[in-house]
Design a protein. Structure first.
Length: 163
């Protein structure tokens, strides 16, 4: 399933929030995720009611502005497989698209997941449009250059190298 949302904010600022793997509860879906903890490549999301979802951070690609992850434990619905990715695509200096692609098994659970993804994407759009100043697309890849990135500091204060 693919959820494609137009966000009225610059791609650089939206990508900065998406790639901040330790701050989901602050920068993307506050109230829907109460806390985020990161241990190496594993992210733990604490949900309302105390459920903890364990995710593997598969890839953070600054050049493509793409984050891939897999939820592996803590589902409220019976999933045997979950993999998802976010990609931020510039649409101009003050607008971008957030593309959230999700695959799950069993296929019979896809509609339940689709409802959660759709609501989550709407909350992200609202949160990002409220909190992100308009930032022009500063990704040199669109201008023939290659962007250099310092180590990333996540919301939990730890540093992560990115690809």
């Amino acid at each position: 399933m693919v959820e494609d949302v137009v966000i009225e904010a610059g791609a650089a600022g939206v990508w900065d929030a998406v790639r901040d793997v330790g701050a989901v509860h602050q920068r993307l879906i506050p109230g829907y995720v109460l806390d985020t903890r990161v241990d190496g490549d594993v992210r733990y999301l604490t949900m309302p009611g105390g459920t903890v979802i364990r995710e593997l951070i598969v890839s953070v690609d600054d050049e493509l502005r793409r984050l891939a992850y897999s939820a592996v434990e803590g589902f409220k619905i019976p999933l045997t497989h979950h993999h998802a990715s976010f990609q931020v695509l510039p649409e101009g200096p003050d607008r971008c698209r957030l593309v959230w692609t999700t695959d799950v098994l069993p296929h019979e659970m896809a509609e339940q997941v689709r409802l959660r993804v759709s609501r989550g994407a709407q909350v992200m759009k609202e949160t990002l449009e409220r909190s992100q100043p308009s930032q022009p697309d500063a990704n040199p890849r669109h201008h023939g250059g290659r962007e250099q990135h310092p180590p990333h500091e996540s919301g939990d204060g730890r540093h992560y190298a990115t690809s």
